[in-house]
Design a protein. Structure first.
Length: 458
């Protein structure tokens, strides 16, 4: 029975992995029966990770909006109101009088408004390259959101299959317990009839074996509860929510597995990490060009209108004299703004280039390690596939052995010891079969994740 215990404990370990999720209150006390696809939909709908990823997308979209807005005119208005000295036209005509002293009694009030309108014409890439970087940045964030969604799907599958494994282990223990109960009843009947094929020691052995099986049953039920709790947490449900999974059994589905190269090609086509790197390189290249554009000037068209009025000052209409407190003038001009620095722009360009080179190294790393990851999951899948077939034949023969041993015992021609050995072998092989199917489904889920398969959600 030590082997049976190890197998049951292995099942508990696979089923007991728990996740962290915030609970959402449910208004109904009805039991929610869900299948695997239902669990995936619920998890994706309530996952806080996807909310964070969407916030990143929105933030990058705001950067695109900001960058594109620089294409449009920028308007600035400055208005002032305050004291100003009074002035008369006769103070400068016919001669300029330079002996006028300042006097508080001569103060008056003025108001002014200066408006400027600047329309960029050509910036050598400052606007367009930043827009391009933001556009590719949005695609990077979308790919990252897809990646997080695939991680959630993978985790839900692990919990769901772990729960299925725990229930299969529980049913196996119940089957062994039922067989032992029948054998014990038969043994007591034969002992009461005075059969020489049964001794009282056989009853004690059966009782001891049954007690150990009940212990395993408690462990199996604990594993089932833990797996169900993990699934509730991942679905963002309270632990008190009544939840059940569908009646699907943990059986081997005979599906032809494609060649290894198929999975590698699929990963290159649709794995979000590849898309993140591809779009990220385009974004980084655009940022490098945007940093270089600072070396060049900005060409723009500008319009300006200035107005000021002070009641105690007479207006002077002379193109050589401008009164800051009372005037009206404006105009349109073609402008050039060029900012030169000594090393600052070069340092920024070098920094953006370093980030671009870093992403190139990340691409090389991914090109090497993603196929390696796929190969590991592919070999796990093939191993589980072969193990499932072999263990199925083994437990089928062990079942026949157990049935024969029990029948011989019933007829009084076989010892009780044969029942113990047959049931141990059957339990070990049957549990190994379930474990191999679980491993097969986990390996297949890992392959789906490694190749970037989309979640089966409408």
């Amino acid at each position: 029975m030590n082997l049976l215990r190890l197998i049951v404990c292995a099942g508990l370990f696979c089923a007991a992995a728990t996740g962290v999720g915030s609970a959402a209150e449910t208004e109904t006390g009805k039991t929610l029966v869900v299948g695997l696809d239902d669990c995936i939909r619920l998890a994706l709908k309530s996952a806080p990770e996807l909310g964070e990823a969407q916030a990143d997308i929105d933030q990058t979209a705001s950067k695109l909006q900001e960058a594109s807005s620089y294409r449009y005119p920028q308007f600035e208005l400055v208005s002032l109101f305050g004291p100003a000295p009074g002035a008369r036209r006769q103070d400068i005509s016919p001669t300029v009088m330079t002996d006028r002293a300042f006097s508080f009694s001569n103060l008056t009030w003025f108001g002014s408004a200066d408006a400027t309108l600047v329309q960029p014409l050509y910036t050598f890439g400052k606007i367009s390259e930043n827009m391009k970087a933001a556009t590719h940045g949005i695609e990077v964030d979308r790919a990252r959101k897809t990646q997080r969604g695939n991680e959630i799907v993978l985790k839900v599958r692990e919990y769901y299959y772990g729960l299925m494994l725990a229930r299969e282990m529980k049913e196996l223990v119940l089957e062994i317990q039922e067989t032992l109960d029948k054998a014990r009843g038969k043994a007591k009947k034969l002992l009461n009839e005075g059969s020489e094929s049964v001794e009282e020691m056989d009853i004690y052995k059966l009782d001891a074996f049954s007690g150990e099986v009940r212990k395993y049953l408690e462990e199996a039920e604990k594993g089932e509860r833990l797996a169900l709790s993990a699934l509730r947490a991942r679905l963002n449900l309270p632990q008190s929510a009544p939840l059940e999974i569908g009646p699907e059994r943990l059986i081997l589905v005979e599906i032809e597995t494609p060649e290894f190269s198929y999975f590698v090609d699929r990963a290159r086509e649709q794995r979000p990490e590849y898309r993140q790197i591809s779009e990220g390189l385009k974004a980084r290249q655009a940022l490098v060009e945007a940093a270089k554009s600072v070396y060049y000037p900005d060409i723009f068209m500008a319009g300006m209108l200035s107005f000021a009025y002070a009641e105690g000052r007479e207006k002077v209409t002379n193109p050589y004299i401008t009164d800051p407190f009372r005037h009206t003038y404006g105009g349109v001009a073609l402008g050039l703004r060029w900012k030169l620095d000594f090393g600052i722009t070069g340092a920024k360009v070098a920094g953006e280039q370093a980030q671009y080179n870093r992403l190139l190294s990340t691409r090389e790393f991914a090109s090497t390690n993603i196929p390696l990851q796929i190969r590991k999951y592919y070999l796990d899948l093939k191993e589980a596939e072969q193990t499932s077939r072999a263990s199925k034949d083994a437990y089928t023969n062990a079942k026949k052995w157990a049935v024969t041993a029990i029948a011989n015992f019933d007829f009084g021609i076989g010892p009780a010891k044969e029942i113990f050995e047959a049931l141990q072998a059957y339990a070990r092989m049957r549990a190994s079969y379930f474990q191999s199917i679980y491993n097969y489904r986990i390996a297949r889920s890992n392959l789906d994740y490694a190749t970037g398969e989309l979640p089966p959600v409408n």
